[in-house]
Design a binder for this molecule. Sequence first.
Ligand code: 5GP
Length: 114
Amino acid sequence: MSEPSIFTRILTGEIPAEIVGESANVFAIRDIAPQAPVHLLVIPKTQEFRDVVELAAAAPALMAEMVALARSLAVEHSDGDFRLIFNTGEGAGQTVFHVHAHVLSGSLNEKSLG
Ligand code: 5GP
């Protein structure tokens, strides 16, 4: 079994972070280094999928659950509009290989790409 990811360690309470939203299989935290007025991470509770390609192929319902939580958090924290970004692969800036969506919202400009 693989080592727990940083996000699993947050979910289990080993690393402190405020859980800002949750549904059955997904949770959300604030990004520690925000790139937009609202910058949240929406994360499956399971760490079995390393990126969105694996997730979409194997568990589309889980991906839909992530999008639904992103939407409700964007409504709660901003005007409901948002960017959803999945960095996929090291070359694209992915640093945590436990799939997660960046949810960016609120007064975005063209450079706020997470
Ligand atoms: P990636 O670079 O893999 O697309 O995104 C990982 C994100 O996780 C980064 O934006 C980074 O700021 C965030 N992050 C890394 N470690 C922590 C942490 O301990 N707490 C929180 N809240 N965010 C983290």
